[in-house]
Design a protein around this ligand. Structure first.
Ligand code: SGN
Ligand code: CA
Length: 534
């Protein structure tokens, strides 16, 4: 009898503690971390650029907060992802460029959440080789992935899925959310490949977007004067460096008829590869829209001036880039609706960001990499109805190394001392807090595609100092107040001598604070050259 009583009491205690845990867990916020690839803030309507409409992404800002000064630490895909996962600068987590391997055995925020009772999933593009660690479920694209009928690696097993990548990524996410263990809080990384190059929209959007015309940026015809060598030498000009077939979707036979030679040796292959993955119906639908574009181009190209060609190529670029974003926005809407319909919206943190910013014709460019504004900045919108007031605008300078500590703090998990980012929860709550007044940046992938030279620098709310090194040794200084488009390097302007000295002190201080040095730069350079010359 006594034994039975003891047993019953024990069972009751287990039940109470289980219920308490469940109670605690139901209070811990869920996390939906949405990231797209190469999504410029200029292409989110909540940022007010009036280029396109993203009503669903905008809902996050409406329900929560939008950051006007959100920056990356290293404006390129895989390094950005590594910085976000680890909360550390590239030179500390080791993933400095797209070539270097990522060490998955490091401490990351999903791992810490998992160890602390969260259910975790990674769905979509991650661009970090090796089986992702820290996730109960992963469905990732190998490398860059494909737009049509993409391969996915689902819990380590590769399989091809039929359909359009953005929609599939959303479906997999909704499916995982619907089938999750409801007794645990969750964290899902919902990472779209779109709108990464070569910008192939879904059928339902390309017919609409290819008819649209978009506003051009003021510096579309930048001649790169009044700056150093780096901007002049970069190979990311829409007119000169975009692929005709791969990017502008001009068919190889049309190029041949017009006597156009492809910009790079992979441009034609890229288009063939992308269209080659389509089934007959997808291809016929594509041709029904892009065929007439090609036909029309045949008639106008022979008499076009370089300037007219630039206007044309810019529009072609924006149609496909923004058309790809339309599906991303639609997916965000579906996930937000799911949260609401399932009563999860109050207690779920929703983050929307990109792995970096992107040039939408500013300086005549596409791509990213530079520490200039359009690629240094990245969109950041966060909602969490339990804590963040709707319509919050935040102008504090945050960086993607801050995401990990912020999310850990919300989840009640101790932030590791070694993380270099800082939780910006107080900023989100409008609490008075000491906050950084400058950010530090590094970029390494050179020599490589787009030829953006190695550099590092510091940005304050008003000034930016950049050092380009390796095969040059040049400094650039910008006054973002008088020159927001960064068209005039004032480094050698005597009027800025004091600012220049102050910014040199700041960059030195930053390198010391985060543990960066010339020695690091030399080491990563050596490793890179060894890898690419193998
Ligand atoms: C590919 C793209 C480049 C892009 C890099 C890195 N060319 O090489 O334009 O800069 O990826 O992008 S493509 O024609 O193959 O698309 S990143 O987002 O993965 O860093
Ligand atoms: Ca990217």
């Amino acid at each position: 009898m006594r034994k039975t009583l003891n047993f019953l009491m024990m069972m009751a205690m287990v039940a109470i503690s289980f219920a308490q845990n469940k109670g605690i867990d139901s209070k811990r916020p869920n996390i939906v971390f949405i990231m797209s690839d190469d999504h410029a803030y200029q292409a989110i309507s909540a940022y007010g650029h009036k280029l396109n409409n993203t009503p669903n992404i905008d809902r996050i800002a409406k329900n929560g907060a939008i950051f006007s000064n959100s920056f990356v630490t290293n404006s390129i895909c895989a390094p950005s992802r590594a910085a976000m996962l680890t909360g550390k600068h590239s030179f500390v987590n080791g993933k400095v460029d797209n070539v270097q391997e990522f060490n998955w055995s490091q401490e990351t925020f999903p791992k810490l959440l998992q160890q602390n009772g969260y259910q975790t999933a990674l769905i979509g593009k991650i661009h970090l080789d090796g089986l992702p660690q820290g996730f109960d479920y992963s469905a990732v694209l190998p490398g860059q992935g494909h737009y049509y009928n993409p391969d996915f690696i689902i819990n380590g097993e590769k399989q091809q899925l039929a359909g359009y990548v953005t929609e599939i990524t959303t479906e997999l996410t909704l499916e995982w959310l619907a089938n999750r263990d409801q007794d645990k809080p969750f964290c899902v990384l919902y990472h779209q490949k779109a709108p990464h190059r070569e910008w192939l929209p879904a059928k339902k959007y390309y017919s609409e977007y290819t008819k649209m015309k978009f506003k051009e940026p003021v510096s579309l015809f930048d001649d790169y004067s009044n700056r150093g060598t780096a901007a002049k030498k970069a190979e990311m000009n829409i007119l000169h460096h975009m692929n005709w077939a791969g990017d502008s979707k001009i068919y190889p036979e049309v190029m041949e008829q017009l006597g156009i030679t492809e910009t790079s040796n992979w441009g034609i292959k890229a288009l063939k590869n992308n269209l080659g993955r389509m089934d007959a119906a997808q291809r016929a639908s594509w041709d029904s829209i892009y065929g007439p574009i090609n036909e029309h181009f045949k008639t106008i190209y022979p008499t076009m001036s370089p300037e007219e060609l630039m206007h044309w190529r810019y529009q072609r670029y924006m149609q496909d880039y923004l058309g790809s974003i339309a599906s991303v926005d639609e997916g965000v809407g579906q996930v937000l609706d799911f949260l609401k319909e399932n009563g999860l919206d109050e207690n779920t943190i929703v983050v929307y960001t990109s792995d970096q910013g992107f040039y939408l014709g500013e300086h005549g460019w596409f791509d990213k990499r530079f520490m200039y504004e359009e690629s240094l900045r990245t969109p950041l919108l966060i909602s969490y109805p339990k804590e963040i007031k709707p319509g919050t605008d935040i102008d504090g300078m945050v960086q993607n190394i801050d995401y990990a500590p912020t999310l850990l703090e919300y989840a009640g998990v101790k932030i590791p001392k070694k993380m270099q980012g800082e939780s910006f929860r107080k900023l989100l709550n409008n609490e008075k807090t000491e906050w950084r007044d400058a950010i530090y940046y590094t970029y390494y992938e050179y020599p490589s595609i787009h030829m953006v030279k190695r550099h590092y620098g510091v940005r304050t709310d008003r000034y930016k100092l950049i050092h380009f090194y390796y095969d040059i040794d040049e400094w650039e200084l910008y006054d973002l107040e008088s020159d927001p488009n960064e068209l005039r390097n004032v480094y050698n302007d005597p009027g800025y001598a004091k600012i220049r000295d102050m910014m040199h002190r700041r960059v030195k201080e930053m390198r010391k604070k985060y543990g960066d040095s010339d020695k690091n730069d030399q080491r990563f350079l050596k490793e890179y050259l060894e890898k690419i010359n193998k």
